[in-house]
Write a protein that binds this ligand. Sequence first.
Ligand code: BGC
Length: 911
Amino acid sequence: MNLYDLRTEYRVDPIGITALKPRFSWKINSEENDTVQKSYHIVVKNGDTVVFDSGVVESSQSVLVEYAGDALLSETLYHVEVEVVDNHEHQAKGEMTFETALFDNAEFKAEMITHDFADDETACPVFEKEFTTDKEIASARLYATAHGVYEVYLNGPRVGEDRMTPGWTSYHNRLQYQTYDVTALLNDNNKIEMTVGNGWYKGILGFTLEPNRYGDHVGAFAQLHITYKDGTKEVIATDDSWDVRTGTIRYSEIYMGETINTYDPEVYTRKAVIKPFDKSVLTAQENEPVRITERISPKEFIVTPKGEKLVDFGQNITGLVEVKVKGEKGQKIVIRHAEVLDKDGNFYPETLRSAKSIDTYICNGQEQTFLPHFTFHGFRYICVEGLEDLSTAKFTACAMHSDMAKIGEFSCSNKKVNQLQSNISWGLRDNFLDIPTDCPQRDERLGWTGDAQVFSWTASYNRNTALFFTKWMRDMSAESSLEKGVPHVCPDILGQYSASAWSDVACIVPWVVYQTFGDKRILEENWRCMHEWVDYITNHCGENGLWQSGFQYGDWLALDKEESADRTGATDKYMIANAYYIYVTDIVRQAAVVLGKKEEADKYSALYEKTLESFRDEYYTKTGRIVSETQTGAVVSLYFNLARDKDREKILNTLITNIANHKDHLSTGFVGTPYICHALSENGAHEKAATIFMKEDYPSWLYSVNMGATTIWERWNSIKPDGTFDESGMNSLNHYAYGSIGDWMYRKVAGISQLEPGYKKFKIEPMFVKGIESVHGALDTVYGRIVSDVTCREGKITVHVEVPANTTAVIILPEKEGEQVLGSGSYDFEYATQTSLLVEKFSMESTLGEVVAEPLAVEMFNSYAPGMLDNPLIKFAFGMSLSEMLGQAPEAKPLYEAVINALNKQEKENG
Ligand code: BGC
């Protein structure tokens, strides 16, 4: 037995910690099955002094064990030793360290400094200071932040690799600072330079394109602590002794792009000016920083029909393009960004709306590498101007996002479903850029709460979101109140508050983090905000105890109401609002239980019962019809357990009938989509869930895959079958909300779901989907890796399950009765079955259009029925299925069957 992956506050040997009671986690690796931790013993030392000795604690807790020793000191390195004994009496030890930052903001001597350049100066200021050191240095730490976004350079090299620091928080309330180890960068003579871009603080922000949301001057704030080997210390801090100049970055806006002039920038130099700044808002970096996590080479160079010169990177990403080039002195290179080409193959930047996303470089005649500093774009293609021949430069697309660890794997035997998983995963990466954004490309990129809420489970199956959401929820909490409720976007720049499914984020996201990572602290921290959101709704209810007033987004973008100005779908908006009201009241009740708040638990339990009763009176008839017999109306009734027990079957039938009326397609929006497959799978209609999941024509998940999507679209028909676009002015190709199906893919198809917080106890219950013969699911939980691999092929089912040490799994095998409860270990099952999940690619339900897309089919039709396909009437029938066509031409049956058989044979041979 051994310990591995020891962490303090989710991080490996972190620096810059300011938690008063940091929490320690470790994982156990054991050769033996059924391993459970029997006891742990933690010792924390500052040098040789023991500051915390837990003693031997008989407990299986190995996740987020809280420090309970002497008060921690600022800027101190602590060593942690953990000793564990398991139930087999094996013993193992592990070590880790953590270093604290400044606990008291009064310890910061630095001032926020700014400039007094002319108001119309757009160049990013560079704040700088020279200083000397004349003794040997033991260590040096730089604490830095900005009003705006910054980069620091020390004696030339960039400090750290993080981008868009200090990130976006509710700046009035909270401003993160970053801690860097700069020991290796210092010399005797030193120069520190700090460049600040407008970023979210001062830049143009929101679809109304307003600048100066938080202030009209950027600012720099830095404090360098040097510890000499003789034990003395020195502090270099931003103040009015610093200089400020304009540099090579002449313009930078998140939406608009950046201009870098390395040839003849106008340089003005001044003394820095002190800016009023309340240091109490400072807080140490809370989440993983934004970083470049992948570099992608061009897939293709294209000259469009319009003559535009493009680079296609093959993947819609968020980030930047690095250009390596040797231009002439003064040569201007312009890079524009777009997600997609239009149906004629021309550059199509319309999905960006008013965001220009243009980067401009002025060359200096040398070999140069350009990469923007304070912006990011959502793109797959770039259009390059100012270079005759694109092969004279090297282009690399750099994907950037909050660098959360990847914890989930989902793959299967179906290529299109794998592409869907890839699109979901990219949608996550592209939109978790310090805050969870709706989309990364257009003049928005805001922390829309509804989008993040519906996607939060899926996100947490794929990446470790604990710190990311912890930070974001602190902003949520800071900006929410009993009076106003919870904002629609966080950080709030719109001033819009309190709508169901959006503002419910306040309760749902902490609950997701608690369930996924076993993190109770997020419930403690957000308890006020969580229960006040429920209280806010209660305060806005009518006499019947229901919330039936005010603005609602409803089932946003659902297809069951003709697109109207409010885009809210056909389901009664207040039915949705009250469904969520009940759902979050239940979460708050459960959170109260977890936090040991008995009185509150009783209060919310009573509220839950009462509201549910009123809900049933209002939204169901006595015989179980729903006020809104829509898919979403039925889905929330089942999934949120709102329907009376006696009515559940009827409501399930309502749902199934509705789906059948849509030719087995969904018609749901933001509210119904995450739950529709769950509602079916959990109520005995899993096959129906599988059917709508595997649909390939509009509207469906795989429709966008067939249309070449590499991310999840905002709308089911963002791109129409003929290659034209939705023209509502709101058509992003990178919106993760509909990617929320990922939760069902992990939970139901791979079958992995948590039963106890952190997956201390979990369930493996894979459910078959016709068309998917094998599935691989894996999840690196806080205890270790869960694996669920399932195959059903050629009359045999095989299941491989891995259960991490210190956890228990409840395993329900496909087509077997009962469940087995297993401790840690690796297990394999194999048994016979009659089931075949194989689906031939072509059937009588394939459309004529699909069939004649295959040259073999065209050949066959031409030889058996010459001229048939040239008939203009036949062209109109391309959307019809072969079985529909047979209705009109029954005599063609043998021909159609021969074509289908030949195509499926060809498909098999090609693998
Ligand atoms: C955003 C959404 C958001 C919605 C709310 C849109 O502009 O992109 O995804 O949730 O507004 O109405």
